[in-house]
Write a protein that binds this ligand. Structure first.
Ligand code: APR
Length: 249
């Protein structure tokens, strides 16, 4: 069954005009970043309420402490894994047009992917809550309990989408345009539990895309939208896919 699925996936990719990847936390698990949900999910250890924009606004110091502990502790230490590299290699071969990622870890960019849409933002930058200036996280003083804007001294927040925050209209527009144009959507490592991100998959399907899904366990999409389910870890499945496509990593 697995071999047939892989062959069917390669057939769809070879005949597709436009291929887009939609990724979630599962693609970074083999880089050492735990997923949010499931047995070892981060939300089993940390209360997601503390990652709500209202909590950040009323408790910036504690919110920054948690964000640094939860996200920045991994950030800069973990490296892309073979799944990230495989997507970058497919893009180099003209077999992938864009990655839409829910992840904030910047690993697609570090693996060499050039067209990456950070649907939930990216830890690489912070944004000033006063003057809106975006600054590289590397250029603020991370030791400050609440890092300050180098331009106006205002409180900066990580350039990530907190719960309760809207997704930037430009990011949504571009993401849904990519999904609309996709002939194949490669869905990797996501439960599909978070809106509006998960609507990208149904929107691509409604506009004629074939859905190829890679996940270790079935997701919200598997029994409803997925056409080909490659069950297994992202690094191994993507390596098999590239080997069969003749794309060297
Ligand atoms: N390879 C492939 N898939 C994996 C692997 C792996 N090695 N390990 C785990 N998975 C799968 C899990 O089965 C699960 O379906 O990855 C998925 C991770 O799901 P979540 O932790 O819910 O992550 P995600 O779907 O990206 O969450 C969406 O929720 O909390 C918010 O903003 C956060 O972007 C995140 C959003």
């Amino acid at each position: 069954m697995e071999k047939e699925n892989l062959k069917a996936a390669v057939h769809l990719i070879k005949k597709a005009g436009k291929i887009v990847a939609f990724t979630g936390a599962g693609i970074s698990v083999e880089s050492g970043i735990p997923p949010f949900r499931g047995e070892k999910g981060l939300w089993n250890t940390y209360n997601p309420d503390y990652f709500h924009i209202d909590y950040f606004k009323s408790n910036p110091e504690d919110s920054w402490r948690l964000v640094k502990k939860l996200f920045y502790e991994f950030y800069g230490k973990v490296k892309p894994n073979a799944a990230h590299s495989a997507l970058a290699a497919m893009e180099n071969r003209g077999l992938l047009h864009a990655v839409i990622t829910q992840n904030i870890d910047n690993l697609h960019q570090e693996a060499g992917s050039r067209i990456v849409i950070d649907f939930h933002g990216n830890l690489r930058h912070v944004v000033c809550t006063k003057c809106r200036k975006r600054t590289r996280f590397a250029d603020v003083d991370p030791a400050q309990p609440v890092p300050e804007c180098p331009a106006c001294g205002g409180i900066v927040k990580p350039d990530i989408v907190f719960f309760g925050e809207p997704i930037s209209p430009g990011v949504q527009r571009e993401s849904f345009r990519q999904a609309e144009e996709a002939d194949v959507l490669l869905v990797i490592g996501t439960t599909g539990e978070v809106m509006p991100a998960s609507m990208i998959v149904s929107f691509a399907k409604e506009n004629g895309a074939d859905i190829i899904e890679i996940n270790t366990t079935p997701s919200m999409f598997t029994h409803s939208l997925t056409d080909i389910f490659l069950q297994g870890k992202a690094a191994g499945q993507m390596t098999n896919l590239c080997d069969t496509l003749g794309v060297s990593l």
